[in-house]
Ligand binder design. Structure first.
Ligand SMILES: [Zn+2]
Ligand SMILES: [Zn+2]
Ligand SMILES: [Zn+2]
Length: 117
């Protein structure tokens, strides 16, 4: 399934207007992450597992200055550096991001260690 969120294509399972999905649908589950394998935005790694036809690869470290995190609330695309420095709030619209994503950083960002939220 492919949805367009503020003009950016997002693939996944039951993707909503602010990038919530079948796996993460809480109030702060409003980002989609771009995968290094296919360059496509997904709300979460389980969405990639469900709909992509290839193994996932995290966004590569040498491209951390490129847009790879989509805010589903305002449509801003943040670089990995901007996202990691954001303290779980969108720098454009101030929407809160789920700190729980930090537990899965290794799946999204190459070489970034997961941490407890
Ligand atoms: Zn992929
Ligand atoms: Zn998902
Ligand atoms: Zn935003």
């Amino acid at each position: 399934m492919r949805t367009t969120v503020h003009g950016t294509a997002v693939r996944g399972v039951d993707v909503g207007a602010e990038t919530r999905c079948a796996h993460y649908a809480g109030p702060t589950d409003v980002i989609a992450l771009r995968f290094g394998c296919c360059g496509t935005f997904f709300p979460c790694a389980a969405c990639h597992d469900a709909v992509a036809d290839h193994e996932p690869a995290p966004w590569p470290r040498d491209r951390f200055d490129e847009p790879a995190v989509l805010c589903g609330v305002c449509g801003a695309t943040l670089s990995v550096r901007e996202y990691l420095a954001s303290d779980f709030a969108c720098p454009e619209c101030d929407a809160a991001f789920n700190p729980g994503c930090a537990a899965h950083y290794d799946r999204y960002f190459e070489g970034v260690a997961p941490r407890d939220p």
